[in-house]
Design a protein around this ligand. Sequence first.
Ligand SMILES: Nc1ncnc2c1ncn2[C@@H]1O[C@H](COP(=O)(O)OP(=O)(O)OP(=O)(O)O)[C@@H](O)[C@H]1O
Length: 254
Amino acid sequence: MSLMTKHIENEYALYMDGVSVSFDGFKAINNLSLYIKPGEMRAIIGPNGAGKTTMMDIITGKTRPDTGKVLFKNDTDLTKYDEAEVANIGVGRKFQKPSVIESLSVFENIELALKGKRSIWQSLFHALSDQDHQRIQEILELIALQDQQDALAANLSHGQKQWLEIGMLISQEPEVLLIDEPAAGMTDEETMKTAELFKRLAKKHSLVVVEHDMDFIKALDCKVTVLHEGRVLAEGSLETVQANQEVIEVYLGR
Ligand SMILES: Nc1ncnc2c1ncn2[C@@H]1O[C@H](COP(=O)(O)OP(=O)(O)OP(=O)(O)O)[C@@H](O)[C@H]1O
């Protein structure tokens, strides 16, 4: 393999090109292209029905596209795999509602997620190694829940539950993280802390964040992709897309 080919192969963590999908003749995704680099953070915005959820469903193997390419790290065709396989390959998905186990402590939730990488047999009969303990503490520090590690997840605030679930996802070491409306229901302070957390995460992972909260997106300080009618309407800095006439019309015309 030539050096040039090698370079191209390493270029994208996630590569979607010419992707379309129809539901009963209605094109929910229409020739969509999205290119995400390793370690990149990308915000996805767009009015209701723009296709944001469908796009994530396609990446994660929940929905099969009719046409187009969806590649992970340039050589794995994600459209060939189901949801569980795509998660194992290295694409983590965070839905809007937190799904932590409320009756377990913060530490135990992370422990369970970490063990999820192993077989049931291993998780039942193996105690945590020193390395596992260290990894859990690293994750707790990353999500700023070290002081709450013995607290029941049920007693966390909504924002803290969201951070815990992100920590659980991180324990699976995904290359790409898809996150749906993380700031919804958060206080202003939690929203800003979440932006800081995401900036820390983006160094090691690629993050694709679907969000409506413009203050949050501003704080993420990353490239923004605007979806409309299943395709990319505009892409660039938040200032650039907010000044785009087509984008303004789409949002005002809702
Ligand atoms: N399984 C399905 N069958 C039929 N139509 C669908 C299906 N899934 C999505 N759609 C339609 O596809 C379009 C895109 O929907 P999608 O949920 O992806 O948009 P969205 O950008 O996530 O919207 P929101 O911001 O409201 O969550 C909508 O018009 C929706 O009604």
